[in-house]
Write a protein that binds this ligand. Structure first.
Ligand code: FAD
Ligand code: UDP
Length: 364
């Protein structure tokens, strides 16, 4: 008899498996329908021996010392500060928009102080910041919004920024200094031997059994377990009872080139050209040396594996119906980006899983 059947071996499922096995002595079966652990953070060495992220670029960053220390039990780290350029008007300029972005784009020589005034002169007044358009135009004005955000967002989400919650584009700040880092969190690092190796360590416990290539629906009726922890899409769990909850998908196109360096930054965003949103070159992220270099393109899609919840009011309403049902479902705990329909980063999912662990063990 297993104490828990855990569905999904990504961050949500794996962190709970580890805590419940190691801290609470529970017996765990964790199943994933994919042929590997680590969920969307899965990385592997390709045929040229280059470490690549199968489901697009994953960079670890957090402000939580607690979450960083928790994961540090399972990996050593490589310090890494992520940087992104955007291809705009035939130039490659830093994104998030900063002092260098504006000076380079317009051939200006503004100081930080002057840029503040410049932004104030072009910003559109908004009574309330409600949408992803409001966030950007109220800070940097319509022209920069059109150049950097509108096209990218339409491609990524299949929606205009005015149809998305403010939180989506608010992930990308605006700066008046020259700081060109993508994130400013106090901890920014990559697992030294990759994410998958870190997950192997997380799941390495005698009380944890891992079953891959298995949809939990194929096994749940003949596996004896007390409770379930579910980290797949919440609407699928309830057979789409209230209708399909929109999740945005991506198609990844991986390539290896016979050059040591392919592009001038770890990630280059293409807000206005092509069908893909960005190209990532993995060696920047991993620090690996190789005479070749592997890259990935991301092509957004409506159909396919669910990767992103789509934050907008009508989806929040629909999710609420599923959430209410989830809360009434005895013996099943919903956790993670797909099961709680939240646009969470890796660290936030770890935090959510640690919180659920405390809740589960406080009750006993
Ligand atoms: P997942 O990793 O999706 O795990 C859920 C698992 O459940 C999957 O492996 C799935 O196969 C399995 N499953 C689903 N249904 C079933 C079923 N019926 N039976 C069995 N198994 C099932 N976060 C960052 O912090 N930094 C980044 O740079 C970053 N970049 C990202 C880039 C992309 C392109 C994407 C898509 C996400 C990125 N993220 C990033 C977010 C990060 O991937 C997630 O926060 C995290 O992986 C979510 O973990 P999870 O356990 O909730 O879900
Ligand atoms: N975004 C944009 N232009 C950019 C970068 C981001 O319009 O150059 C918007 C877009 O809507 C994107 C969101 O900001 O989906 C969040 O960007 P982030 O890089 O955090 O996306 P993720 O890495 O989660 O795909």
């Amino acid at each position: 008899m297993f104490d828990y059947l855990i569905v999904g071996a990504g961050y949500a499922g794996s962190v709970l498996a580890e805590r419940l096995a190691r801290q609470a002595g529970k017996k765990i079966l964790i199943v994933d329908k994919r042929p590997h652990i680590a969920g969307n953070a899965y990385d592997h060495y390709n045929e040229d021996g280059i470490l690549v992220h199968k489901y697009g670029p994953h960079i670890f960053h957090t402000n939580s010392q607690n979450i960083f220390e928790y994961l540090s039990q399972f990996t050593k780290w490589r310090q890494y500060q992520h940087r992104v350029l955007a291809s705009v008007d035939g130039q490659l300029v830093p994104i998030p928009i900063n002092l260098n972005t504006v000076n380079q784009l317009y051939g200006l020589n503004l100081t930080s102080f002057e840029l503040n005034d410049w932004f104030a002169s072009v910003a559109e007044k908004r009574e309330r910041i409600r949408t992803s358009e409001d966030v950007v135009v109220s800070k940097v004005g319509r022209e920069l919004y059109e150049k950097f955000f509108r096209g990218y967002t339409c491609k990524q989400w299949g929606l205009d920024p005015s149809e998305l919650d403010a939180a989506v584009t608010a992930r990308v700040p605006t700066r008046t200094n020259r700081d060109d880092r993508y994130f400013t969190d106090s901890y920014q690092a990559m697992p030294l031997h990759g994410f998958t190796r870190m997950f192997e360590n997380i799941l390495d416990h005698p009380n944890i059994s891992v079953l891959l290539n298995t949809d939990y629906r194929e096994v749940k009726s003949f596996i004896p377990y007390r409770e379930m922890i579910y980290s797949g899409p919440v609407d699928e769990f309830f057979d789409l009872r209230f209708g399909k909850l929109p999740y945005r998908s991506l198609e990844f196109k991986h390539e290896t080139h016979d050059v040591p360096v392919y592009q001038s930054a770890p990630v280059i965003n293409y807000p206005n050209d092509y069908l893909y949103t960005r190209i990532t070159e993995f060696k920047y992220l991993t620090g690996q040396e190789n005479r070749k270099s592997s890259i990935v393109y991301e092509f957004p899609q409506a159909e396919g594996d669910p990767y992103y919840p789509v934050p907008r009011p009508e989806n929040a309403e629909l999710y609420k119906q599923y959430q209410a049902l989830a809360e009434q479902t005895e013996g099943v705990h919903f956790v993670g980006r797909l099961a709680t329909y939240r646009y969470y980063n890796m660290d936030q999912v770890v935090g959510q899983a640690l919180t659920l662990f405390r809740k589960l063990t406080d009750n006993n």
